[in-house]
Design a protein around this ligand. Structure first.
Ligand SMILES: [Zn+2]
Length: 371
C-alpha cells in the first residue's frame, strides 16, 4: 500500500466550498469530543469510547442535524460527518493504546482538512490531470496521477493556502505505466470456460475432461468398496487401502491441473486489463439445475473470481461484479433489445436489429458496457 498526494487546481468558488467542508468536519469532530467528555461525568454509564461515540453519532444524526439552525449541513456530503466520527473514534483508540495524547479540539487555524469516502466500495481513480472524488465531484490537478488505481478514502487538506487531495492506493506494487487503459467484460460459461468481450476465449485444459471422465468411471466401478467399518469390526482390505490412496492421488492431480489453469489465466487477465467486469454468479438459479451446478463447481468459477479479485487488487486495478439481475445474456449487445434466451441456445439472434452473435460473446460485451 502506498499513497498519492496531489495539489488541486481550485477557483475561488471551489476554495470556499472546500473550506466549508473542512469547517463541517471540524464542527462534527469537536461536537463528538465535547459530548464524549461530558459523558465521562456520568459515573454510572459504563461503555467503551466507541460505543459512546456510536450513541453520540445517533443523537447527532437524529436530533442535531435536523434542527433548522443546522440546515447548512445539508449543503455538504454526509460522508464528511461519517468520516469525522470515524477519525474521532480512531483518535480515542490510539490514545487508549498510549500511542497519542488525549484528542484535542480542532482549531480553524491549524486543522483545515476533511475526509470523504465512497460508500459503495472502492472506486477507480483514472490516470491524468483530473480526479473524481466521491461525493465532491471532479477537480483539476497540478500534477497528473501516473496510472489508473483504486482507492476508497480521500482526504482533502489545506496547507499554506494550497489545497491537496491524498489517498492510499490498494496495491502491493506500483503498477507499470500503461498508455492504453484496457478494459474487458468476462462471461463465464459451461461450453467455453470464459469469453472476453474482445472475442478471446479461455478454454479449460483439454487434459482435464477425459481424466475426469476416467476417474468417475473408476469410482463407479468401485462404488461398493469400503475402507473397513470400525463399528462392525471389519478391517479394510489391502485392495481397498490401495484403491483409496490411488483415488486421493488422482483427485489431487486433477485439482492441481485446475488450480494451475486458474492461476495462470487470472494472472494474465489481471496484468493485461485495468478494469474487468464480470457477472455475479447466480448461485440460486444454478443450484436449481443439478447438472449445471456440478459443472460449475468442477470448473472452479468461484475460485476463478476469487483469484481474479485479489489479483486485481494486488495490481491496483478494478474488478466490477456485475449485478446478477442484469440480463447480460438476454440483452442484445448492439441495440439493447431483450429477448428470452434458453440455455441451449448458443447463438444470440436479435429479434430487433438482426445481429447474429455467439451467446457468450454477446454476454461478455453486455458485461463490459455495464456501469
Ligand atoms: Zn439487437
Amino acid at each position: 500500500m502506498f499513497s498519492i498526494k496531489r495539489e488541486l487546481k481550485v477557483n475561488n468558488k471551489e476554495k470556499s466550498y472546500l473550506s466549508g467542508c473542512a469547517g463541517y468536519s471540524r464542527f462534527v469532530y469537536n461536537y463528538g469530543l465535547t459530548m464524549i467528555k461530558e459523558s465521562w461525568s456520568f459515573a454510572h454509564v459504563k461503555a467503551s469510547d466507541s460505543k459512546r461515540l456510536n450513541e453520540i453519532k445517533k443523537i447527532f444524526t437524529n436530533h442535531v442535524k435536523t434542527k433548522p439552525e443546522f440546515s447548512w449541513m445539508n449543503n455538504y456530503s454526509s460522508r464528511i460527518y461519517q468520516n469525522a466520527f470515524m477519525s474521532l473514534n480512531k483518535a480515542f483508540s490510539n490514545w487508549r493504546k498510549g500511542l497519542t495524547s488525549l484528542p484535542k479540539f480542532k482549531k480553524k487555524r491549524h486543522e483545515c482538512s476533511f475526509t470523504v469516502d465512497s460508500s459503495n466500495g472502492k472506486v477507480l481513480v483514472k490516470e491524468g490531470k483530473s480526479i473524481k472524488i466521491p461525493t465532491l465531484g471532479t477537480f483539476r490537478l497540478k500534477e497528473a496521477i501516473p496510472f489508473n488505481c483504486i482507492s476508497q478514502t480521500f482526504t482533502i487538506s489545506q496547507e499554506a493556502g494550497k489545497w491537496y487531495v491524498s489517498f492510499s492506493v490498494d496495491a502491493n506494487i506500483i503498477p507499470e505505466m500503461k498508455h492504453n487503459h484496457q478494459r474487458v467484460g468476462i462471461d463465464l460459461g459451461i461450453k467455453t470456460f470464459a469469453t472476453l468481450s474482445n472475442g478471446e476465449t479461455l478454454i479449460t485444459p483439454p487434459s482435464l475432461k477425459p481424466a475426469k471422465l476416467k476417474l468417475s468411471k473408476v469410482q463407479w466401478r468401485n462404488r461398493h468398496k469400503v475402507l473397513g467399518n470400525r463399528k462392525q469390526g471389519i478391517k479394510a482390505s489391502n485392495n481397498a487401502i490401495k484403491y483409496y490412496s490411488k483415488l486421493r492421488r488422482k483427485h489431487k492431480y486433477l485439482a492441481n491441473i485446475r488450480e494451475d489453469f486458474l492461476q495462470k489465466t487470472t494472472t494474465n487477465l489481471a496484468k493485461t486489463y485495468q478494469e474487468i467486469k464480470i457477472e455475479d454468479l447466480n448461485i440460486s438459479g444454478m443450484i436449481a439445475n443439478h447438472k449445471l451446478a456440478e459443472a460449475i463447481s468442477n470448473l472452479g468459477f468461484y475460485r476463478f473470481r476469487e483469484l481474479l479479485s485479489y489479483k486485481q487488487e494486488w495490481y491496483g486495478f478494478l474488478l466490477t461484479i456485475v449485478d446478477r439481475w442484469y440480463p447480460s445474456s438476454k440483452t442484445c449487445s448492439f441495440c439493447g433489445h431483450i429477448q428470452n434466451m434458453p440455455l441451449k441456445e448458443r447463438i444470440f439472434n436479435c429479434g430487433s436489429c438482426g445481429q447474429i452473435i455467439d451467446r457468450d460473446l454477446n454476454a461478455a460485451l453486455k458485461c463490459d458496457s455495464f456501469s
